[in-house]
Every structure is written in C-alpha cells, then in structure tokens.
Design a protein around this ligand. Structure first.
Ligand code: NAD
Ligand code: TYD
Length: 337
C-alpha cells in the first residue's frame, strides 16, 4: 500500500480528490487530515467515510503533534488544506496566515524528516500571479499577489519551493485556476449564485462584472494533480487551467439561464477592494505530461447547476441554519445589497 496524506480532504477540492483517488489508485491508502473549519464538513465525505482505504483524522495542520507523525508515515502528501475565500481574507486575514503559511511550514518541517516521502504536492493557485491584464501566466512569471488570501498562498508556494531548494524535500507545486463542481461551499461565486437563484433571491455581482476568471472543472483539477504526482519533477511548478476565460457578467447570465431564472435577479453591488481583473494560465507545461482538461465548460456548468438542484440536503443547512454562514453573509453583503 502507498500511504497518502491528503490535507483538507473534507473541503471542496480535497473531497473530490479523495473520491477520485480511491477509484483511480487501488493501491493507495488515504489519511485525510482536516480541521473541519466552516468550509470542511463530514457530510461531504458520507460516501467514503467507511471505505477500507480511507482514514479520517480531525486535526489542524498547524498542530505539529497531530500533523508531523502523519507526514512522517507518508509516501505522498497532497496538501489542499487552506483558508480559501478572498472576501473572508479581506474581512479578517489572521486565519489565512495561520493555516496557509504556518500550517504549510509545519507540514514541510515534518517532511524534512520523513524517511520515504516520494512527493509533497503543494496545491497553490493562479491567484499568486496577481491580475494579468494581457497574455497568460507561465510558471516562471513573477508572483504579484494583491489580497491577503493570494499573498498567504504565495508565501506557502515559495516556502514549499524553498524546502526543495534547501533540503531536497520532493516538493511539486500546482497552480490551478478557479474550480467549479459538486460540494463547493456556497460562498464562492458559482454555488452562491446557483443556490440564490434556486431560492429566487438576488445574485450580488461585484462592480461591472467585467472581471475574468478561467474556470476549471474540479475533476480536471484532480486529474492534473494526479499527472503531477505520477510524472512531475521535484522542484517544478505546474499551471492547471481550464482554458475557459469568462467574464463574471457572462457567467452570471449563463447560470441564470441554466437555473431558469430571470436576469432581473442580478444585483450590481459594491466591488471587492483590490479586485483582480483577470487570471489566465498557460498550461503548456502540464500538457506535456499528457494532461488536458476534459470537461467542456457548458456541460460542466449544466451538471453543476443540476447537482445543486438535486443536493439541497448538502447546501441548504449551511445557508439557512449555520449561524457562522449567516454572520458572514451579513458582514459581506449587508451593506452592499
Ligand atoms: P475549501 O475552503 O473548500 O476547503 C478547505 C479545507 O481545508 C476544509 O475542509 C477545511 O476544513 C480545511 N482546513 C482549513 N484549515 C485547516 C487547518 N488548519 N488544518 C486542517 N484542515 C484545514 O477549499 P478548496 O476550494 O477545496 O481549496 C483547496 C485548495 O485548493 C486550497 O489550498 C486552495 O488554495 C486551492 N485552490 C483552490 C481553487 C478554487 O477555485 N477553489 C483554485 C486553485 C487552488
Ligand atoms: P470567487 O468565487 O470568490 O473566487 P476568486 O475570488 O477566488 O476568483 O469569485 C469569482 C469571481 O466572482 C470574482 O471575480 C469575484 C466575483 N464575485 C461576485 O461578483 N460576487 C460574489 O458574490 C462573489 C462571491 C464573487
């Protein structure tokens, strides 16, 4: 058995990766370390929780007493755990520094002393490049993060690289574009807008809605991470992009059409401060490892809208009963809407 530590496996991408990997790799045993913050939910793991090759550990990556022995026992570490929402980082950045920077440091320190670690995959983001007015980012471009989330991720990204350069920890770094798909927490734009549309309440579009994001289906991201694990080179960075650059206003129109709701639900609200205008990735390097995105955007988006329609059991309790979500929604949108 290959012992794989997945961090943040109760979150959106981590849980999809756990599900994907249990199928794709019958010789992997996955230990899933997650703190179960507001964004990590046991319900998300309902279908894998009793699986013989999956062990869930409730704990904080920044707590070395829990995290270090797990890293040291691993052949592979796939590190997804993070605070991930830009708007929350603008409201309060402390947890982003603790988890994204210090938590990553704790894992890397343990990885230095791991005897049979074959790969440490640092899940980074295209947001570390900052706003890209023209062209597409290549892996060697300068990092120019502009909000506390992307700055924390850039810190973790370079810290991980430093553990390769200094200590030869077999770090590989992926920088993915905006993901979408099942089990995404309903604070991010796609699930927020779909679930608001289902409930016939306004969808709050920031500013003019001209900002561009490159949408990547979460399963294509999982396959990209797998390609890096299988065929990547330690010390290297790989962009993982969907090649679907869409303006927010166009995305919003498409989502409302798919949800069969009127455009009058669009509510233009005060823009996010420091809102990056555009992200764009050049994915040539990962494509050379034999990876390419497979899910066409129109199909993936249609299936995602259907998923949120069919899985209200998952998101409705978060939006309606979770006091922390309601407090966040009020703080973020109360004065905007
Ligand atoms: P998410 O917010 O849905 O999930 C994060 C998970 O990490 C949750 O389960 C949470 O409980 C867990 N977590 C948070 N702090 C922790 C801690 N201190 N210890 C242990 N677990 C902790 O995030 P996501 O969208 O699935 O993103 C996963 C990773 O992918 C992140 O590193 C993120 O930066 C990166 N990423 C995300 C996107 C995207 O579009 N969502 C794009 C590129 C990269
Ligand atoms: P988001 O899903 O928060 O991802 P990120 O900020 O990491 O790219 O936002 C995606 C885009 O949607 C971004 O340009 C901000 C915009 N947006 C809105 O217009 N309204 C919203 O309520 C949210 C959450 C995002």
């Amino acid at each position: 058995m290959i012992n794989v530590l997945v961090t943040g496996g109760a979150g959106f991408i981590g849980s999809n990766f756990v599900r994907y990997a249990l199928q794709a790799h019958p010789d992997w045993h996955i230990t899933n370390l997650d703190k179960l913050t507001y964004a990590g939910r046991m319900e998300t793991l309902n279908d894998v929780i009793g699986h013989a090759r999956h062990t869930f550990v409730h704990g904080d990556i920044a707590d070395a007493t829990v995290a270090a022995p797990l890293v040291k026992a691993s052949d592979l570490v796939v590190h997804f755990a993070a605070e991930t929402h830009v708007d929350r980082s603008i409201l309060e950045a402390g947890e982003f520094i603790k988890t994204d920077v210090i938590g990553t440091f704790v894992l890397l320190e343990a990885a230095r002393h791991a005897s049979h670690l074959r790969a440490f995959v640092q899940i980074s983001t295209d947001e570390v490049y900052g706003s890209v007015p023209a062209g597409s980012s290549v892996e060697t471009d300068e990092l120019k993060p502009r909000n506390p989330y992307s700055a924390s991720k850039a810190g973790a990204d370079r810290l991980a690289y430093s553990y390769w350069a200094t200590y030869q920890v077999p770090v590989m770094i992926t920088r993915a574009s905006n993901n979408y798909g099942p089990f995404q927490f309903p604070e991010k734009v796609i699930p927020l807008f779909i679930s608001n549309a289902i409930d016939n309440i306004p969808v709050p579009l920031y500013g003019e809605g001209l900002n561009v994001r490159d949408w990547l289906h979460v399963m294509d991201h999982c396959r990209g991470v797998d390609a890096v694990i299988e065929r990547g080179t330690p010390g290297e960075v790989y962009n993982v992009g969907g090649s679907n650059e869409v303006r927010n206003v166009d995305l919003t129109h498409t989502l409302l059409r798919l949800a069969q709701r009127p455009e009058s639900l669009i509510q233009r609200v005060q823009d996010r401060p420091g809102h990056d205008m555009r992200y764009s990735l050049d994915t040539t390097k990962l494509r050379k490892l034999g990876w390419a995105p497979r899910v066409p955007f129109d199909e993936g988006l249609r299936d995602t809208v259907s998923w949120y329609h069919e899985n209200e059991w998952w998101w409705r309790p978060i939006k309606e009963n979770d006091p922390s979500f309601r407090a966040y929604y009020q703080a973020q949108y109360g004065s905007r809407t």
